[in-house]
Design a protein around this ligand. Structure first.
Ligand code: HPA
Length: 281
């Protein structure tokens, strides 16, 4: 056996192990996988029935760091449709590898999900158009993390070597989300998300550079999960909550409490939007 097949067999068998452990608890086949951003976790309370599985009980799932909350995978019904939802997500800046950060995406796909819905808290670079608390559909991204979760030997059973990135964020799902927003009489922007590793915030010069490069939002997550989602041929919907405005000419010291408070305040609107979008699928 070559080195390559050993490594590759590794990821696939880790996914199989995780799925087998989950299958011992439930036979529900989720239609969508949902990953919730910082301060946006309340949606798990809307799930009906099903099971909650501690990440620690799922083989090869990353263990949450001591400071963060114990993570759980919820599998049950949202708006009458089966979903798998992560309570607690992993960020690269916490020290997880990108394989760990994206492993749950692989597992949700292997459980049967065809759709991936991701939310995040992001800084708003389009300071003229955005207000704090606004919701923005991600229409495209710029990977500015300097790393890629697909680096390494490719397992063709999981996806192709060179996936194209023509439409990482599904146009169909964006249309459905706009329809849901209209129904809820909710304002919903569309924008380009630039992903950085963090954990430090950006300099004024970086904000200027990012804005001039066509980005509307900046954040420290989402891009790795979306790249793996594309590799796994998932249809993806990404939604950002603008938690702070990144105006290089009027830059204020970052206040993490304030960012989390803004995310919490926007949470119920985001929840309504995701619930309605899933209902309309
Ligand atoms: N930069 C990076 N990530 C963020 C920001 C920001 O300004 N706000 C929320 N997440």
């Amino acid at each position: 056996m070559t080195m390559q097949t050993t490594v590759e067999g590794g990821l696939l068998s880790r996914i199989d192990n995780a799925v087998a452990a989950i299958r011992q608890k439930t036979s529900i086949k989720p239609k969508a996988g949902v990953i919730l951003g910082t301060g946006l976790g309340q949606l798990v309370n809307k799930i009906k029935g099903g099971v909650k599985i501690a990440y620690g009980e799922i083989p090869h799932f990353p263990r949450t760091t001591v400071e963060s909350h114990a993570g759980r995978l919820h599998i049950g019904d949202l708006s009458g449709r089966p979903v798998a939802m992560m309570e607690g997500r992993f960020h690269y800046y916490e020290g997880y590898s990108l394989e760990e950060v994206t492993f749950p995406v692989r597992v949700m796909k292997a459980l049967g999900a065809g759709i991936l819905i991701i939310s995040n808290a992001a800084g708003g670079l389009s300071v003229k158009e955005y207000r704090k608390g606004d919701l923005v559909l991600i229409k495209d991204h710029i990977n500015f993390m300097g790393v890629n979760p697909l680096i390494g030997p490719n397992d063709n059973r999981l996806g192709i070597r060179f996936p194209d990135m023509i439409e990482p964020y599904s146009e169909r799902l964006r249309k459905v989300a706009h329809k849901a927003a209209d129904k809820l009489k909710m304002k919903l922007h569309e924008g380009v998300y630039i992903g950085v590793t963090g954990p430090c915030l950006e300099t004024r010069a970086e904000y200027r550079f990012m804005r001039s490069s066509g980005a509307d939002l900046v954040g420290m997550s989402t891009v790795p999960e979306v790249i793996v989602g594309v590799h796994a041929q998932l249809e993806i919907l990404g939604i950002s909550v603008v938690t702070d405005l990144c105006d290089p000419d009027n830059l204020k010291p970052v206040d993490i409490e304030e960012i989390i408070r803004t995310a919490n305040e926007a949470g119920p609107r985001l929840n309504d939007l995701v619930e309605e979008t899933i209902r309309l699928l």
